[in-house]
Design a protein around this ligand. Structure first.
Ligand SMILES: *[C@@H]1O[C@H](CO)[C@@H](O)[C@H](O)[C@H]1NC(C)=O
Ligand SMILES: *[C@@H]1O[C@H](CO)[C@@H](O)[C@H](O)[C@H]1NC(C)=O
Ligand SMILES: *[C@@H]1O[C@H](CO)[C@@H](O)[C@H](O)[C@H]1NC(C)=O
Ligand SMILES: *[C@@H]1O[C@H](CO)[C@@H](O)[C@H](O)[C@H]1NC(C)=O
Ligand SMILES: *[C@@H]1O[C@H](CO)[C@@H](O)[C@H](O)[C@H]1NC(C)=O
Length: 186
């Protein structure tokens, strides 16, 4: 009994679980796992990045994570647009760039999407533009979930079957990875 206790004590001294945040950039992806977000549909002219010259909404590259974003304007004919993320972690935080009105008349600035985690609907996110402001909002938290089991999860961000235009701009996500550190006591 005492021996088992001693072993457990030594084990707990030598191995520590530590929470580490990692990022998934829209363009760079996750530098640790190599995963890159999947943007659908892939046909040209739907998802555009910071190099888009014809896009009405032109965020400031200096305020976007790693200087990049990927954005789409959903139209009812598209029926379905989505971003898929995969991450080995226990929490995820998704950050959008949000637009407001007053940019140019008729520009779609409202953001609406559903979040589906591991195949199960989790939450909707909606941003109605402030018509009196031309400012964009950076690092806007669109979705957060914590307390997940420690394994690989899939998060799908989608806009489906909506009867009006919607703007979606994905900048990056942060997820929490549970690392085990061996402190070398044993
Ligand atoms: C990870 O990032 C989120 C969002 O910024 C933050 O709330 C959380 O405290 C961070 N967790 C760790 C372990 O750094
Ligand atoms: C984006 O990340 C890449 C890879 O880490 C780095 O080489 C590059 O300098 C970064 N760019 C900006 C604008 O932060
Ligand atoms: C937008 O359109 C409305 C109505 O047509 C007009 O009153 C307003 O001045 C326009 N705003 C801009 C910024 O062009
Ligand atoms: C959590 O899962 C990852 C793989 O998904 C694994 O590398 C890591 O060691 C796990 N952490 C713990 C504390 O089990
Ligand atoms: C969210 O999902 C519901 C149920 O499937 C759907 O009716 C609605 O159009 C979706 N909203 C968006 C913004 O995709």
């Amino acid at each position: 009994m005492a021996q088992i206790f001693l072993l457990l004590l030594l084990w707990s001294l030598s191995c520590h679980a530590r929470l580490v945040n990692r990022t998934i950039d829209d363009s760079l992806g996750d530098p640790v796992t190599g995963f890159r977000p999947i943007f659908l549909p892939t046909k040209p002219g739907v998802w555009e990045d910071q190099t888009c010259k014809g896009c009405f909404i032109q965020p400031d590259r200096g305020r976007a994570f790693n200087g990049t974003w990927t954005a789409a304007t959903y139209h009812p004919e598209l029926k379905h647009i989505s971003i898929t993320l995969e991450f080995p972690g226990v929490a995820i935080y998704v950050f959008f760039i949000l637009a407001n009105g007053g940019l140019r008349n008729g520009t779609t600035a409202n953001t609406e999407c559903n979040f589906t985690l591991d195949g199960v609907y989790a939450r909707a996110f909606t941003h109605q533009p402030d018509l009196t402001s031309t400012n964009l909002e950076y690092d806007a938290t669109a979705f957060t979930v914590t307390g997940l089991s420690n394994n690989t999860h899939q998060l799908v961000i989608s806009t489906n079957d909506v009867d009006h235009a919607v703007f979606v701009n994905f900048d990056y996500a942060i997820y929490t990875y549970v690392a085990i550190f061996n402190t070398g006591v044993l």
